[in-house]
Design a protein around this ligand. Sequence first.
Ligand code: ADP
Length: 501
Amino acid sequence: MIKKILVANRGEIAVRIIRSCRESGIKSVAIYSQPDRSSMHVRYADEAWSVGPGPSGQSYLNIPKILEIAKNSGVDAIHPGYGFLSENAEFAERVRKAGLIFIGPEADAVRAMGDKMKARELMIKAGVPVVPGSDKLTDNESENLRIADEIGFPVMIKASAGGGGKGMRLVEKAGDLAAAIKRAKSEALNAFGDDSVYMEKYLKSPHHIEVQVLGDNHGNIIHLFERECSVQRRHQKIVEETPSPFISDEIREKMTKQAVAAAASVNYTGAGTVEFLVDADMNFYFLEMNTRLQVEHPITERTTGVDLVKAQIRIANGDPLPWKQEEIRKSGHAIECRIYAEDPERNFMPGAGTVLHITEPLGLGVRTDGYIYEGYEITVFYDPLISKLIVWAQTREEAVQRMKRALYEYKITGVKTNIQFLERIMKTPDFVDGKYDTHFIASNEDYLMQGDECTGECEDLAMIMAYIEHQSHTDKRLRFNTHNRKSNWKEYGRIHRFNPF
Ligand code: ADP
């Protein structure tokens, strides 16, 4: 029985995992880098151990140090979260060699799915459809041209070890092919230490739709339906929803079956996600499998009622899955917005700074998974994701309205965020109608990029002005109103939409 877990991560996902540990009566151990010493995950865990300086290579990716902390703190298991070491097969192996439980799949499954070319081969063998594409590309330019012609332009060059959109290049015409392959190779080598690249047909108006799966150590694999993740910037998701407003029930049934087959082909255990690209005619193709908990997992939790972190812990404990496939039901509609410290007007450039003020939305059907607070200093060392806002409602229409309302309530000052950009997404007709693909942001750029009347420092200034206004006028106005005592509160509310301090 797992009694104590080291969370080898930071930020919102560390907080998320620690919460499920506490609910399960399991002790949690946080690790923190020097700039993270007062972070929320440190405060919420039962114990917190310093793992090193800011750069991840010296802290959250430092395997020997993490294993040393695991030994000294007496944990029985390690949860890797997402990112960092979560899809590092060597880490999974070393954790197990140290006599600890790795909360995740076997290293072989991580390895097989971590290599996109290997994964494609496996899927072809398992009868799961893949995007038409090539094997590993060589430096033979005429041969590469022949392959591209056979697949048909435009094509996508992709790094086999790829992730985070790195090493990916769209090639529209033959003349650009050789240079694009060269660039993709050098980017892949820099990012992953492996320059293997391959070619894929570029699907013109695809949807990114993924299926959540859970596998136990007793041969059971189930799915928990799909997530539509087509709202992306720079090939990275920012809004996810479930169910997908695009696919039919018939396609959903086929896709979820194929996802289970994909997971079964590597004897998958734990929580995983099978990603598909779906074309305009609803033909779907395996894209990749993520062998870990996904950022957008809360929308699946909200519609199925399954706590995926607790499920991961149970599976790692050796327990059989407590649900049969037919017992997994979905209800209503959930949407997640990723709140980033970034500037949409400057090509989504990540920002840093001290959080001056934060008001998180509350109310019916709202969940926030975050980790920042007033006075928190956001550094440039890590991913700019600061929080995830998840809403649920009985219908998609109500969920969109609820998300708009929640985003309206969400106030963060001191750092630039994408909150107003997300509000615009919720108002964009293509999104409201559920008629969008991965080109949504590019095709709605003019609408989405309309200047905001008041953002960032301007909003800070507005709050300071409101406070000065409050100091100099409130008393006078309230005194003026003394003949009607009841309306003083109303009057106060009219002067200040919210109290800035
Ligand atoms: P990464 O692992 O680097 O995130 P993925 O293979 O998951 O890369 O692809 C990320 C996104 O890039 C997809 O969600 C999709 O928007 C786009 N994409 C990837 N492959 C193709 C393709 N063959 N055709 C069209 N778009 C693609």
